[in-house]
Unconditional design. Sequence first.
Length: 256
Amino acid sequence: MLSSPVSPLCESLLPHGDAGMRHVSPRVTRLFLLTILLLLSGARAVAETYVVDWRGGADFETIQGGLDAATDGDSVLVASGTYTGTHNTNLNFHGERLLLAATEPGGPTIDCGGSDRGFSFGTGEDSLAIVDGFNITNGHAEAGGAVLIEEASPTFRNCYFGLCVATDRGGAVRAVGGNPIFDACEFDRNDALAGGGLAIEGGSVSLRSCVFSLNDADEAGGGLLLVDSSCSAYSCTFSYNECPCSPFSSSNLGGA
C-alpha cells in the first residue's frame, strides 16, 4: 500500500464517497495514483528523435543544436552534407546517453576547418553515448585532432577520421582514461607527435574491424599509441603507418 499522503490534485481525481469507491479495487487505486505521480513529476513516456539538416526544414540546422535539445535515451539524426563552423565542431554530449547518427549511408561530414576538433567527451559519458556514421576531417588541436576523450567511454561506429593533426598526441583521437569503443572505423592520413591515428593513455580501448592506414607520428605509434593502457583489437588492419623511431620507446610506451 502507498503510505505517503495523497496530493490535493490526486485526491480531487479519485472517486468520492461510498458509491464511488465501492467498485474500485485497492490495486486499481494504487496504479491510478502512480500514474498521476509520474505525470506530475514530468517523466517522459517515450524517447524523442530530433532531425538536423543544414539546409533547413528540420528540427535544427546545427548538430549541437540537436544535442542540446536531447536528453538520455534520445536520438539525433543528421542529414548528409558538410557541417562546419560554430555549433558543428567541438561537439559535446554533456554527459547524456544519446545516439547521434547519420540518416543515410555515406554520412554527413564534419569539416573542422583546420582550426578545431570534431568532438569533446569529458563529462563521464559511457558506451551508450554513440556516434554512428560520421566523417570527421581537417581537425587540428594540441591533442586529439578529431576527438578528445577525458575520463569517458563513448562508442564510435562506422566513422571515418581523416586528415586530422595534433601537435601533441592523437592525430585523430586522444583518450585519457575511460574505455572508448571503435567499431568499423577508419583512421586515415592523420598526423601527430605521437599516436598518429589514435593515442590511449591510462585506460583501455576496444577496436573492432577498424582500419589504420597512412597515419604518421614523429616520436611513437604511427597508427596506434598505448601509454599505460590496454587494447582489445579484433579483425583490424594496420598498413603503411609511419614513425621514424622504434615502435617501442620504453616498457610503458609502444605503438603500431
